[in-house]
Design a protein around this ligand. Structure first.
Ligand code: PEP
Ligand code: MN
Length: 406
């Protein structure tokens, strides 16, 4: 496969076509992008990243596509998990090891219960960009958008978007991926939200093998579109249409069945089983009502998508003492609702997507150790959303194992 855009040599027709489609996609309105104070600096960084090493190989991504086809057909289960937001400071061997270990432990429990292979995808080696609800924080400072954009520190200088952080993100991701390859005995793929388009466009390959020429991301095996950037006329969906990678799309309770079918048509034009993973994040009180008509309508369209449950993002609340948190019971209940819906409709509850760490944090409430609101300050370490700790992750895996055994 060739690097895109091809350096030096005269552009081939395929490359010219893809370059035009990429320009068109990126000219669309893009939500959640920083405003770089000096755009020419950003251009220089993007130019250098065009020559940077890829983090993942297109051959690995192609292998993942095969694994995900099995998930879509009901013959495998998909487990995705890791930090809400990775940080440069947290990109240490001990943290990565802990997160990979918790993912592998959960996979072992789930695989045994399901009696099928578990495809493991880490939120790792690139999960540095965060969508935010407000542009400014309570002090009136530009909001923290992840280490790839600015610093969480509360000063005007630290919060000013700095495009050089994209180069640091790339270097951190490359280091993390090297560790993943060294530590993992089995296959572990990497994923992040494809949010920051200046970064996502920088490392691409031309994949001319499929039904139409597409671009393969060199930055992640499995990029996903977040709930806040899935506008049908926006840049993120248009960019994802150009990718050869399997992709995820988060869908919250505002998605209608008609919109869901529109997403599926756009993002799975060649009806490739497992090309698209619909990640429902409805909240435990809504999943049983909102998900069924979506599943029915997408199913009737004939596309073989993966149905994955994110039981975290629809269940976020603020504790009495001011911490963003989630209750373990709500997380379990959303997955239970997801399984009930799919069992009733005869579709495969294909996987789960969780925010989890192997570190001993106190960020989510509940679980058998009974984390209470007053326990949250003790070890609340996340850079963004609250994660299950290793104990809660193990209990969640056991609960889901019971659902898989039916
Ligand atoms: C996330 O996965 O961290 C996230 C922001 O999720 P969502 O887009 O579903 O809100
Ligand atoms: Mn999150």
């Amino acid at each position: 496969m060739r690097r895109f855009p091809p350096a030096g040599s005269p552009a081939r027709p395929v490359d010219r076509l893809l370059a035009r489609r990429l320009d068109e996609a990126l000219a669309r309105p893009a939500a959640q992008q920083p405003r770089w104070p000096e755009p020419e600096q950003a251009s220089a960084v993007i130019g250098r990243l065009h020559h940077a090493d890829p983090i993942v190989a297109p051959e690995e991504t192609a292998r993942l596509s095969g694994r995900l086809a099995s998930v879509a057909r009901g013959a495998a289960f998909l487990l995705q998990g890791g930090d809400c937001a990775e940080t440069f400071a947290g990109n240490t061997e001990s943290h990565l090891r802990a997160n990979l270990r918790v993912l592998e432990r959960m996979a072992a429990v789930l695989g045994q219960a399901a009696g099928m292979p578990v495809v493991k995808i880490a939120r790792m080696a690139g999960q540095y960009a965060k969508p935010r609800s407000n542009a400014v924080d309570t002090l009136g400072l530009p909001v923290y958008r992840g280490d790839i954009v600015n610093s969480a520190e509360r000063t005007p200088a630290a919060r000013t978007p700095d495009p050089h952080r994209m180069a640091r993100a790339h270097a951190n991701a490359a280091g993390a991926m090297e560790l993943v390859r060294g530590l993992c005995a089995g296959e572990v793929y990497i994923s992040h939200e494809m949010l920051l388009l200046d970064y996502e466009r920088a490392v691409l390959w031309v994949d001319a093998a499929g039904p139409e020429p597409r671009l393969s991301s060199g930055l992640a095996h499995f990029p996903w579109i977040g709930d806040r950037t899935r506008q049908l006329d926006g840049a993120h969906v248009a960019f994802a249409e150009l990718l050869a990678n399997p992709i995820g799309l988060k869908i919250g309770p505002s998605v209608t069945p008609e919109q869901a079918v529109e997403y599926v048509r756009r993002l799975d034009p060649h009806r490739t089983p497992g090309r698209l993973t619909l990640v429902s994040r409805m909240g435990h009180t809504l999943v049983r009502d909102v998900l069924p008509p979506i599943v029915e309508k997408v199913n009737a369209s004939g596309h073989e998508v993966i149905w994955q449950c994110d039981p975290m993002h629809g269940n976020t609340r603020t504790s009495g003492n001011g911490y963003k948190t989630r209750h373990f019971d709500h997380v379990v209940d959303e997955i239970a609702g997801f399984f009930e819906v799919h069992r009733r409709l005869g579709t495969h509850p294909g996987g789960i997507h969780v925010e989890v760490t192997g570190d001993d944090v106190t960020e989510c409430l509940g679980g058998s150790s009974g984390i209470a609101e007053t326990d949250l300050p003790a070890r609340y370490r996340t850079a963004c959303d609250p994660r299950l700790n290793a104990g809660q992750a193990g209990e969640l895996a056991s609960a889901v194992a019971r659902m898989l055994r039916g």
